[in-house]
Design a protein around this ligand. Structure first.
Ligand code: SF4
Ligand code: SF4
Ligand code: SF4
Length: 207
């Protein structure tokens, strides 16, 4: 879609708006569900409350998105977001409510697989949603330089100089500081977002 003309109608057809003309560039390390949650949080706070679809609808959209990011997404959430979003757009008086659902609707339109990974596999492909990720030190790569130790304010990392370091998952707050400190040439710390086994009833419902 890089050839999309930057004019009102073309952007509108693509599911976005011209706004103030700003362009945000993101790569695969941005979670599209978290991205939608961020903008819905803004819209929900900005709603003046005059009309119900915007006042309560943005709140509902935000709650669903927060739930998906927290790992509590349920089958049917995507469809509910779409239905709510369409209703809010149609029933809101001004431009804020009429465009507030766009971040959710458009990310579902182009990145539905990311929503499905969060809901059905309890996995954040971008490695952003804290409830769905873990930080691990690869014992094959760790050289025991100890640089990550002082960066961990929660004391989750242990290890001796020149020895393999480990992260205590029960203490880790997933702040991400250690991954910044590990030398790029080593890159021993990785973000894991494992695919979880789902209970059989859920799998049957998804199928
Ligand atoms: S759509 Fe506009 S007028 Fe209606 S509640 Fe939202 S901000 Fe207020
Ligand atoms: S993510 Fe934060 S809390 Fe967890 S091990 Fe790394 S520095 Fe410590
Ligand atoms: S910074 Fe990286 S290489 Fe050094 S001890 Fe920590 S995990 Fe191992």
């Amino acid at each position: 879609m890089l050839d999309t003309p930057v004019d009102y109608d073309s952007l509108n057809a693509a599911g976005t708006i011209m706004g103030s003309g700003g362009v945000v560039v993101m790569d695969e390390s941005t979670c599209m569900v978290d991205f939608a949650r961020y903008f819905l949080d803004f819209a929900e706070k900005e709603s003046c409350g005059k009309c119900v679809p915007c006042r309560l609808g943005t709140k509902q959209l935000l709650q669903i998105l927060e739930g998906i990011c927290a790992g509590d997404g349920r089958p049917g959430d995507i469809e509910l977001l779409e239905e709510l979003g369409r209703g809010i757009k149609a029933g809101s008086l001004c431009g804020l409510g009429q465009t507030a659902p766009n971040p959710a609707l458009t990310t579902i339109r182009y990145f539905r697989d990311e929503y499905e990974a969060h809901i059905y596999e309890k996995r954040c492909p971008a490695g952003v949603c804290k409830s769905l990720i873990s930080y691990y030190i690869d014992p094959e790569l760790c050289v025991g330089c100890t640089l990550c130790l002082p960066s961990c304010s929660s004391g989750a990392i242990s290890g001796e100089f020149k020895g393999v370091h480990v992260i205590d998952q029960s203490v880790c707050t997933k702040c991400g500081m250690c991954i910044i400190k590990c030398p790029p040439k080593v890159s021993a710390i990785e973000i894991i977002s494992p695919k979880l086994e789902l209970p059989k009833p859920v799998l049957e419902e998804v199928a």
